[in-house]
Design a protein around this ligand. Structure first.
Ligand code: ADP
Ligand code: ZN
Ligand code: ZN
Length: 692
């Protein structure tokens, strides 16, 4: 239960995690609870609380923040309250009788009665009828034509899906067979192999039996396209929750999940902690996606915690992906997860063909080789669609002076400013810093500033000039900033007319654009020789996801990859033998070098304005690291050492087993607070880090 407690002069929200009649503190040091704001209603079930306890121990994070993270934002505030359950409106016998007469003069009222003819209507449905719906509703109530009642759980009304192919069938049967017990399934299916269809079949089964289910998707994956597909197939609207909703909407979703009214919740990372009393299945789609890891504050992996939650509840969990993470492959290979491979496109479409262009032997204009330009031209001529992928927004990643070599760098980060030509600004993509584009070189005064390299804005311009007769749609965070813009653009693509798409990874996931037959990957070379040991894995995932946009329907697809390293071994494996072989190859390298998933890591991250403060703290911290199996390395600077004006360094602890690592971490973290140097820095422990 929540309690309001005094905190200095403020009133704050606390949550009871334990009740005891003893305290180590003297009585006068204890504070009196001011109020129980929720009428004895529970906000965290025993089950959720146990999960959160596990989280704060495992992630070594402050319990208060872990608990707070699991509550909807409004319930973290002293004036927030649990909302009443939503109501629905129902015709009375008198209302029904009125409806059998002609409308007469009460057109608006009659229309509202009609909306309740078959089924009770919700406020949202009535709101859609007219702006003055509340007034109309009052009139109906005055005449005793309607009754108000607590909303009932949405009724499942499924429409038949396609006949499953064998691989899908096997997966569905295995998942269904495991209902009611903890079991982890890896649904490893190429893009378009019908993974979503597998989810739908299993969900139908669970919802039919009155259970609840939770589907977690990456931040970018929660598209109207996905939702309408679920709605069409299941015949009711799933509850949706993500951080883009208003606080009121998130609270409502929480209350609906908790009451059991929301039978299917589709949400991003934080939905994992929703109270769901009848929860029978958790699905994580695109399990490899980086957005499942929270990268600040309470740094947890919602994938790993989802598996833990399923284990606690004794229910199955399904991890789906066309490009599973090496961690998940490792678990599947060792038999901890049941591995279901879907290797055919469910529609019978063929997989796209790869064509590698060696950039060293090509004529390149504006980042795109003439060969790729010709292929784009041919595709458009045939009335089909082409997609050009470049994971860099803006006009150019750098602006520099041709005379003196000056280039625009962020004052607060170790990063160049990106030139955004249309908005006449230089922007840092790592902090909110930026400045107008200078007219002259600030260093030497020459009128010689020019961009180096390409971003999507430049590609749009260049391709627009080359193909002036076809619509060109740009998808990146700058171009689809306005609400609904993304949907508007995707509708245009789906209408099927010949067009050219340019975009960042926003285009990589989940979209089904049947007329796209050519994908051009402009450049992913940075990843091939990156210092980040996960860069190669991520590159492979991104490449496969982007390539998966090509030829999803009847028309065969082709993917052109431009690279300076056509002979790179991992790249060749990916193209010739597919993602599983690629992953096995880089997994072997990780094993040789004792990197995750063949070892376990934790970072002690620290940052401050002054480098010497960070280093002093980490040096002291390192001395405190207990002796044992786990080894401590560092201090190292972060890959981007300075960000938003702060210098960032870390220590890395690594061991070959989890228990070894955690035994030493627990002992260590308890001592860190008392270090004198800790007061001058910000620090945090990051268990199973993803970014360095
Ligand atoms: P994934 O989630 O693996 O990318 P989807 O479930 O979205 O795959 O399926 C890709 C396309 O194939 C969709 O248009 C879907 O309706 C269709 N599809 C899925 N399963 C079948 C099937 N068994 N028979 C025919 N079409 C199918
Ligand atoms: Zn200059
Ligand atoms: Zn910056």
């Amino acid at each position: 239960m929540r309690v309001l407690v005094p905190f200095g002069r403020r009133k704050m929200v606390g949550v009871i995690v334990k009740v005891t009649d003893k305290s180590d503190l003297p009585l006068e040091k204890l504070a009196r609870v001011i109020a129980f704001p929720d009428d004895n209603q529970v906000v965290l079930t025993t089950e959720t609380l146990a999960l959160l306890k596990w989280c704060w121990r495992y992630y070594k994070h402050a319990p208060g923040e872990v608990v707070s993270n699991a509550l909807p934002p409004l319930l973290r505030k002293a004036d927030g309250a649990i909302p009443p359950l939503p109501v629905q409106y129902h015709l009375t016998t008198a209302g029904q009788a009125r409806l059998s007469d002609p409308p007469g003069r009460i057109k608006a009222q009659y229309r509202m009665l009609e909306a309740m003819r078959e089924n009770p209507a919700t406020a949202a449905q009535l709101r859609a009828l007219s702006n003055s719906w509340r007034k109309t509703l009052e009139r109906l109530a005055e005449q005793d034509w309607i009754r108000t009642e607590t909303q009932r759980a949405a009724q499942l009304n499924p429409s038949p899906g396609p006949v499953l192919i064998d691989e899908q069938q096997t997966a569905v049967a295995a998942i269904n067979a495991s209902l009611g017990e903890f079991h982890c399934h890896l649904l490893d299916g190429i893009t378009g192999s019908g993974k979503t269809e597998v989810y739908l079949c299993v969900l139908e089964q669970i919802l039919q039996q009155g259970g609840q289910a939770l589907l977690l998707v990456p931040e970018i994956g929660l598209t109207p396209q996905l939702l309408s597909r679920f709605q069409r197939r299941l015949g009711f609207e799933p509850m949706v929750t993500h951080s883009g909703l208003s606080e009121g909407q998130r609270l409502q979703a929480w209350a609906m999940a908790k009451s059991g009214l929301a039978r299917l919740v589709i949400g991003t990372r934080s939905a994992l902690f929703l109270p769901m009393p009848e929860l029978q299945l958790i699905i994580l789609d695109e399990e490899h996606d980086a957005s499942f890891k929270q990268q600040d504050g309470f740094r947890y992996s919602s994938r790993d915690v989802a598996v833990k939650r399923a284990a606690d509840l004794g229910i199955p969990v399904v991890l789906g992906s066309a490009t599973p993470s090496l961690e998940t492959f490792h678990n599947a290979a060792s038999g901890r997860y049941q591995w279901h491979r879907l290797r055919q496109r469910a529609t019978g479409a063929s997989e796209p063909r790869w064509r590698v262009l060696d950039l060293c032997q090509q004529t390149i204009k504006g980042g795109i080789s003439t060969t790729a330009m010709d292929a784009i031209g041919e595709t458009l001529e045939k009335g089909e669609q082409a997609l050009v992928f470049l994971n860099r927004r803006g006009y150019a990643p750098v602006i520099l002076c041709h005379d003196c070599g000056w280039h625009a760098a962020c004052q607060r980060c170790d990063a160049n400013l990106t030139w955004h030509k249309a908005s006449h600004r230089l922007l840092c993509h790592h902090c909110d810093g930026g400045m107008p584009v200078p007219a002259m070189c600030p260093e030497c005064g020459a009128d010689a500033l020019q961009g180096a390299g390409e971003g999507t804005e430049q590609l749009e311009q260049m391709l627009g000039n080359a193909f002036p007769d076809v619509p060109l749609l740009r998808f990146d965070r700058d171009s689809v900033r306005r609400k609904g813009e993304f949907e508007r653009l995707s509708e245009q693509v789906k209408s099927g007319e010949a067009c050219l798409l340019v975009g960042t990874q926003m285009l990589a996931k989940g979209h089904h654009f049947p007329k796209v037959t050519l994908v051009v990957i402009v450049n992913l070379d940075q990843a091939l020789y990156s210092a980040d040991f996960r860069a190669l894995e991520r590159m492979g995932q991104l490449m496969v996801q982007v390539a998966g946009r090509a030829g999803r329907d009847k028309l065969p697809g082709e993917v052109i990859l431009q690279t300076h390293y056509p002979a790179h071994e991992a790249l060749l494996t990916l193209l010739e033998s597919g993602y599983e072989a690629f992953a096995a190859g880089i997994s072997k390298d990780r094993q040789t070098t004792c990197l995750p998933p063949f070892s376990y890591q934790a970072l002690l991250r620290s940052d401050a304005h002054q480098k010497q403060d960070v280093r002093a703290f980490l040096e002291q911290a390192k001395k405190l690291f207990p002796v044992g199996e786990a080894v401590i390395y560092g201090p190292f600077p972060a890959m981007m050492e300075r960000r938003s004006g702060r210098t960032r360094w870390y220590l890395l602890a690594q061991a070959s087993t989890r228990p070894d690592l955690h035994r030493q971490l627990d002992e260590w973290v308890a001592k860190l607070k008392s270090l004198p140097a800790a007061r001058k820095v910000r620090w945090a422990v990051d268990v199973d880090p993803q970014d360095y």
